[in-house]
Design a protein around this ligand. Structure first.
Ligand SMILES: [Zn+2]
Length: 142
């Protein structure tokens, strides 16, 4: 299964559109770091949540892998005449994609609003939220 590396936490300071594709960025000596010619910034590929949170807190651009829509299984509307088969891999991909969406919501915030770390997953939870956007853990208001 191909997992595209999508660029997150990118706040371009110039009007030129960001290509937002890892493959379109310039290689550096470090295989986990690429240079974005649009933003003039380094983009850090993050394999773990911990790496992502650290770079996001520093206000840096990050790239993460997420399942492609084609790997999620088909959406069926109506009454099928045969049972629809959804593989365990597709179920796992859907859960992973939903989690990546929550991560994108966190990464879309100003790091100054990150607040406390979720006791369930470690991702930042702003003080005004009662639940973690990444794992759904109830953390209560700060
Ligand atoms: Zn959490």
């Amino acid at each position: 299964m191909a997992l595209p590396r999508t660029i997150r936490n990118c706040r371009p300071v110039i009007a030129e559109p960001c290509p937002r594709k890892w493959e379109a960025l310039t290689d550096t000596a470090d295989p986990a770091v690429r240079h974005c010619e649009s933003c003039g910034k380094s983009v850090f590929f993050c394999a773990t949540d911990e790496e992502t949170i650290a770079h996001a807190r520093a206000g840096e651009c990050v790239a993460r892998e997420e399942p492609e829509p084609g790997d999620l299984g088909r959406m069926v509307l109506g009454r099928p005449s045969v049972p629809v088969v959804v593989t365990p891999e597709q179920i796992a991909n859907r859960a992973r994609r939903a989690r990546e969406r929550g991560i994108n919501r966190v990464l879309g915030r100003d790091p100054a609003e990150f607040g406390r770390a979720c006791s369930g997953c470690g991702w930042p939870v702003p003080g005004f939220r009662e639940t973690c956007e990444v794992c759904g853990e109830r953390v209560g208001r700060a």
